[in-house]
Design a protein around this ligand. Sequence first.
Ligand code: PMP
Length: 285
Amino acid sequence: MSRIAYVNGRYVPHRTASVHVEDRGYQFSDGVYEVCEVRGGHLVDARRHLDRLERSLSELRIAMPMGRAALMAVLREVVARNGVKNGIVYLQATRGVARRDHAFPAPGTAPSLVVTARRADMAAQERLATVGVHVICVPENRWPRVDIKTVGLLPNVLAKQQAKEAGAREAWFVDAEGHVTEGSSTNAWIVTGDGQIVTRPAESGILKGITRAVVMEAAKALGLVVVERAFTPQEAYAAREAFITAASTLVMPVVEIDGHTIANGQPGSVARELRQRFHDFSEVS
Ligand code: PMP
């Protein structure tokens, strides 16, 4: 089945799908995105992802490209046309196409909307989760508004590449106070010696992950204690467990940070349970 993308009102072959050279997303990273898990052909937690999309857009004063019901229909259509059973659907909305000028274009300039979908190798993901991943820490160098899910991801790109070159899967940003903020594309978690699940508060310094929110609900429902506080890499090295969360990776155990083996080097039981039970707590639509 050949891939199809949605681009500004049309379903087009993925290999030739393109936006205008003066799209503000292309020229200024003036846009936002969402990644939603697809499971069994259904969208996972779409309502929360669209809530966050609306918030990101409103923070940047970009109009919703279409109403929520229409957007849901496009997401579903792209998933269906690509025959995606398990994978992700990607949505990007920008301030639209206009003559290059930093200030906003004329009112009424239509936002651009692109939607793509792709399959995930579920077996490979599960295999990875049974061994866990390695993480490195890098200095935080992003702008303070990382709560907005913008397509301006250059520090994240560089951090991920640095991780890859170090043989790791993820890089955790560490702020000026010495605390881990989040991963380049994931939220960061540890489990302390006394079994508390710790993740940084989402008021500032991180993207408020949808997976993070669902995992917090799941953990509480399973009788686990979740504490929202900052932690240092040193605390993480000595933690009982560590893991990362994102819509595309769900709960992924971390077994090594900056060369320090976490506990016995095996995925921890809390991360494994949260991964297994995640979909009992997520919303399907
Ligand atoms: N932080 C960052 C920087 C991310 O890019 C992502 C994934 N898009 C996350 C956290 C996790 O968010 P979510 O659980 O909503 O995918």
